[in-house]
Structure formats: structure tokens, C-alpha cells
Ligand binder design. Sequence first.
Ligand SMILES: [Zn+2]
Length: 450
Amino acid sequence: MRTSPLASLATHSATTMASPPASEPATQDSTGTPPGPLAVDHDRLWRSLMTLAKIGATDKGGVCRLALTDLDRQGRELFIRWAREAGCEIRVDGIGNIFARRAGSDPTRAAVATGSHLDTQPTGGKFDGNYGVLAGLEVLRTLDDAGIRTQAPLEVCVWTNEEGSRFVPVMMGSGVYAGAFTLEHALAATDAEGRTVAGELKAIGFLGQSPAGIAAGAPRVDAYFEAHIEQGPILEDASIVIGAVTGALGQRWYDVTVTGQEAHAGPTPMRLRRDALLPAGALIARVNQIALSEQPDARGTVGCVTVHPNSRNVIPGRVSFTVDFRHSTDDGLNRMHDALHQAAAALEREGHGISVAIEQVVYFPPVAFDPALVQLVRDGARRLGVQPLDIVSGAGHDAVYVSRTAPTAMIFVPCKDGISHNEIEDADPEHLTAGANVLLHAMLERAGIA
Ligand SMILES: [Zn+2]
């Protein structure tokens, strides 16, 4: 047991933002209660992250722990061992999601949950996903040390195949949980070698018995918080440690094909060409302008271009490229959609002798997280003496799907140079601890102390 008795925490829960920052030296007040909010164990959190990162460690300092591989099994089993040691009951559902539950004093209350994912990209880092899971575990360990029981149960979730690198769809476990697609669809997905999710779940021993998804009878949670590295440069650029994530950008993805006619580069005079690449280039530039006209809420990216026949002395007859539009509002996404189609129609009218086909292939609606939970994140940061920054997630996360079923919020901490999905992904241990402390206080506030 540590010297953070229940009374001390209750005192600080009752006070608002006036509590001193955790870094202030502890002095005794008149009641003999040490001031300063309850805090996670900095060294233990870091040690756990580094221990987990050894499973699938790469030479360049990253992690390759693809979903449903034997390395994924090892990571999952390590988490389960730690969660059991912290007194949790473990449940595994039919898509392999793991729920580690710490009982509360009121068995009628739904769990206050947190979590993330343990799978990584092939050249992934140590923190993406892993941090959210281990920050949740650290919250439970900290409460154990302090002898604190909550009213609502607490739960740490590990969602299967968030990355979507080996199996599509991406965010598979949380998607099944929230009913974004069916369990059967997910179980039938195959990797490049033709192995199914169902077969690989069975092979690693994680085809669980518990119902997969709310619709199948999985319990709803009372609230879901997810701590995550930002995976972008905004917090670092602003020198801010805690991002209170207010929502996630909506996304529209397109396949665009510009069709002209291939012809010999020598004999065909300039005015008689139907070159598909020139209008494609204009349209690609327009994608950038469209996003720039919707700042700061929009992104526009062309990441993949295919030129046909891609030969130096043939006028390109067909150019295909992808468009990835993101915006914080559906109105904004619709404006971007319209602007892209108008630009394509204008190019067709301008007499280049080309046609443009635009097919939308993905739509994710923008997500607004729960205002009350976002406020708990801001309050948690201020209680620790940290000024939070409201931020919108540009990437997809398990929290985005979970938010369809329960009030949800996320906590972002900076990552070095904003780099993620890369073996050099890095984060400051102090920032990771600060994020876990915010998670601790937000969850405690929501769950209530018994
Ligand atoms: Zn992630």
C-alpha cells in the first residue's frame, strides 16, 4: 500500500481546479493529509511499455506485432497476466476483444472503460495503441496501491486488429462491438496468404465465448476513455502536453479516373492530343486548394497515382488517383465533395478531350465526442496543473466506433516530431505519465469512489 489514502483523494476530488500541480513538493496540511492529486507510478508505466515492446521488437527500435500472429498472442497473454495480477476478471469475446474488469461497489452500474489495441503496423512503434492499454492497466494498479474502490466497475479493453494491416476492415474488434459491420464479415476476412480471422483467432487461442457486439448481447459501457499518442504534430508544435479530443474528422475517400487517349509522343501535335495527365495534375492541385480553403478543419491528400501506360514516349491515355478528404463537419465534407466534382466538370468542358469519373469508396461520418466526458479530460488536466488543448483527431481510432454505443472521449499526448506508424515513433515518458494521470482522474470522476 502507498501513502495515498482514500481521504486524500476525496479531498482533492472535492476541490476543483485549485489543486496544486503534482510536481509541487509534498507538504503536510493541518489534517496530516499530503496534498497533490493521486498519481500513477511513472516508472512502472514506462517499464511496462518497454517490456511489452520487446514482443515483436525490430532492429530499428520499433515493433512488428501484426494482428492475430503468435507475437500478438504473446502480447495479449502478457496483458492478461498483468491484469489478473491486478485482480481483474478477464472476458474474451467472439472477435477476440479482451475485457479486463475490476469490480466496483455497485454491481448494477455499467463499467467505466478505457483501452486501445495491442497490434501494430509492420514497421510500427512502441506506443501506438499499446500506450492506451497500459495506461488503463496503470490506472487499475494505482487504485490497487491506494486501496481505492470505485462505485462503477472499471474495465480495460483490448480491441482486435485496430491497424487493419493484415486484415481488413480496420478497427475490426471495436467495429464488431459497435455494429459497424457483422461478426461474420469480420471472421471471414483473409490475409494475403488466405488465412481467415476465424482460423487465426482459434490458432492463437483467442476465439472467445463472450458475445461479440452490443447487438449480440455484449454489455454496454457507461463511458469510454482512450489515451493515445497524437500521431500528428499539433501538440508538440504548441508545446502542450494534453490534448482533450473533442471528436474525429469525417472522411470521404475517392477513386478518380481521368480518361483521354494514348498516342505516340512524336507524331501527335500538341493541339490534337487527349493527354489525361495534364487535367489529372490540375485536379490533384485542386484537391490541395479545396482543403486549404477549409482551414483549420480540413485535409486533402492524393497519395496514389497510376499513369497508363506509363511509357516515356506515349501520351498518357488514362490516369487514376486516390483522394482522401477529411473534415470536422459533414457540411464541410459535402462542400469538398461538391468542389471536387465541379472542378472535374470544368476540366471536361475545357476541351481537353478527356472525361473524369469519380467514385466514392469510403465514408466515415465526423464524430463529436461526449461534451461531459471531454470536460472531465480538461478538468483532469487542470487538476494536475496542465493546460489542455482542444484537438480533433485526424486519424481513426477504436474510440470512434465505441462512441456509437457509449459516451466517449480521448486523451492525446504528443509524440516526437508527430511521427507514428514508423519504427522511430517516440514519446516523452513524462508526457505519457501525464496522460495516464488525466485518464486516472477522468475515470475516477465518472466512476465515483465507493
Ligand atoms: Zn492506434
